[in-house]
Every structure is written in structure tokens, then in C-alpha cells.
Design a protein around this ligand. Structure first.
Ligand SMILES: [Zn+2]
Length: 158
């Protein structure tokens, strides 16, 4: 007797209980081709056979949309939604944030010039409430960053 692990990644079917929020108990529809219910039934079989008793080294999860930003995770041992939900509305990322990346810049000097602006942008995103004034702050910081990077590549002033 020893541990075993089953990894299955499959495609298709229509799951159920799309309204459960993190921490909610999962409700089954019992559909014969419902992947959620098939997975829950299999886990219930293992529980019934004493192979899945909730020991710390044991787990059974169902991940919907694995490796995607919106992935939803169900804990099949506890029968609860664990992470995210199908109805979660996530705040879209700040549009201007993409322009503070610096890894793509071609020289270390340009990256060094850009980095502190990116760090300040991250602080602003973390600490300042999202509103038009924050966007203006980021816009002006972005302009300053672009000037600093151009200063690093500019020809000597006449
Ligand atoms: Zn179902």
C-alpha cells in the first residue's frame, strides 16, 4: 500500500455549479456527461473505499481552464470551490502599466534608466486608488521615463 496520483487533463463537456464562490459547497447536477460530476463521483468512490481520507498529503482538485488567467479550482475532497469563481469580475489591469516594462530595452544603460520609473509605477498602482488622477500620474511618469531613456541614447548636445 502506498500513495498514488492520477493526473488527467481533458477537454469538453459542460460542467455545473457556475455560481459557487470561493468557500461555497459545490452542488452536483448529476449529468452523465458533466465533467464536474464525473470527477466528484470518482473522488467520492475513492473516499468510500478509504483511499482519500483528508490526510495532509492527499488532495483532489478539479481545475477549470488550467493555466489560464481565469482558472477556477475546486477542492474535491472538501467539496468546495477553492479559488476564483466563474462569475468573478476582476478589475482589468491598468492600461498604462504595460509601457513601464524595460526588459526589452537593448542596452543595460537604457534598462537602468527605465527601472526606477517602473518601480515607482508599481508603487503607485499598489498604493494609490484607481481614478483619473492616478492615470494622469502614470501618464506623466511614463513621459518622464521615455525622456530618461532617450537621454541615454541621445547624441551629445550641441
Ligand atoms: Zn454536474
Amino acid at each position: 500500500m502506498g500513495d498514488f496520483r492520477i493526473d488527467i487533463t481533458a477537454t469538453g463537456g459542460h460542467g455545473c455549479d457556475r455560481t459557487a464562490q470561493p468557500g461555497d459547497d459545490l452542488k452536483s447536477c448529476g449529468g452523465a456527461s458533466c465533467p464536474d460530476c464525473l470527477a466528484r463521483a470518482f473522488v467520492a468512490s475513492l473516499k468510500g473505499l478509504g483511499m482519500l481520507t483528508g490526510q495532509p498529503n492527499q488532495k483532489a482538485t478539479l481545475t477549470h481552464w488550467p493555466n489560464q488567467a481565469g482558472q477556477v479550482v475546486d477542492d474535491l475532497v472538501e467539496g468546495k470551490r477553492k479559488h476564483r469563481s466563474f462569475t468573478a469580475k476582476e478589475e482589468p489591469e491598468e492600461f498604462l502599466a504595460q509601457f513601464f516594462t524595460f526588459a526589452h530595452l537593448t542596452t543595460p544603460q537604457m534598462r537602468d534608466a527605465s527601472r526606477p520609473f517602473a518601480e515607482l509605477a508599481m508603487l503607485i498602482l499598489a498604493r494609490i486608488p484607481r481614478n483619473p488622477e492616478r492615470t494622469a500620474a502614470l501618464r506623466k511618469l511614463l513621459e518622464a521615463k521615455d525622456c530618461a531613456v532617450r537621454a541615454m541614447v541621445a547624441k551629445a548636445a550641441p
